[in-house]
Design a protein around this ligand. Structure first.
Ligand SMILES: [Zn+2]
Length: 234
């Protein structure tokens, strides 16, 4: 079984419905990206993404292609590919080599506070009878402590994560991937089984879209989103 694990670079186009409605050019961009990975669009499941903590186990692709009110997907069926759309939030990938199980979580600050990442891990371990120490996790590109400045209101949600809060002058920054890693370690994932792309979306305008960097009055939703894919080929 061959693992597919990839976040689309900006060069392959916008992967998000910025006005909320499906748009033909976005669907075309996604399909072209899937085909470049050797994946057919009908093999892909998406999550509705509401910044919640609901995890869905996928045994077959739904007719609509996606699951409402869901921020993480898991499967143990090779040939099913799971996706998440992001533009500063983190795509977090899970896989257990040899077991055919994979997962993906859409983790922005709200999802991190709600512990979507350990929720996804627990669901995978429970549903597919895995050992936590066999699960590998990859943290994709997202907005990092260099650019993730937060308001005092947001800071209040991170009272239990003091080690991941930084002040520079009057500004406050949070290290979300640091918290994700900490949550994973506390849930029993081995240090050596966590890899982090280290990439900041806000820092890489050539490679990634960034909501925080790109939004403006004229473009309130920024310029685009990336899509991340994980799954095993049969
Ligand atoms: Zn940055």
């Amino acid at each position: 079984m061959k693992l597919v694990l990839k976040t689309s670079p900006r060069s392959v186009g916008n992967m998000g419905f910025l006005n909320g409605k499906p748009e033909r050019f976005v669907i075309n961009n996604r399909n072209r990206f899937y085909y470049s990975l050797g994946v057919r669009p009908k093999q892909v499941a998406r999550c509705g993404q509401v910044h919640g903590k609901h995890v869905r186990a996928v045994s077959k692709i739904p007719a609509a292609g996606y699951f409402l009110k869901t921020d993480a997907l898991i499967t143990n069926k090779p040939g099913i590919f799971l996706t998440a759309v992001t533009a500063d939030c983190f795509p977090v990938f899970f896989y257990a080599s040899g077991k055919g199980a994979v997962g993906i979580a859409h983790a922005g600050w709200r999802g991190v506070v709600k512990k979507i990442v350990p929720e996804t891990l627990h669901a995978m371990v429970k549903v597919y009878l895995l050992k936590t120490e066999d699960v590998r996790v990859a943290i994709g590109p997202g907005i990092r402590k260099c650019h993730f400045e937060v308001t005092r209101e947001v800071l209040l949600k991170f009272k239990s994560s003091r080690a991941f809060i930084f002040r520079r002058g009057r500004k406050i920054f949070i290290d979300l991937p640091g918290i994700i890693r900490d949550q994973l370690r506390k849930a029993g994932v081995r240090h050596k089984n966590i890899v982090d792309s280290g990439e900041c979306t806000c820092h890489n305008p050539r490679k990634y879209f960034s909501y925080r960097r790109d939004k403006s009055e004229e473009h309130p939703k920024g310029f685009g989103n990336m899509i991340s894919v994980i799954g095993y080929k049969k």
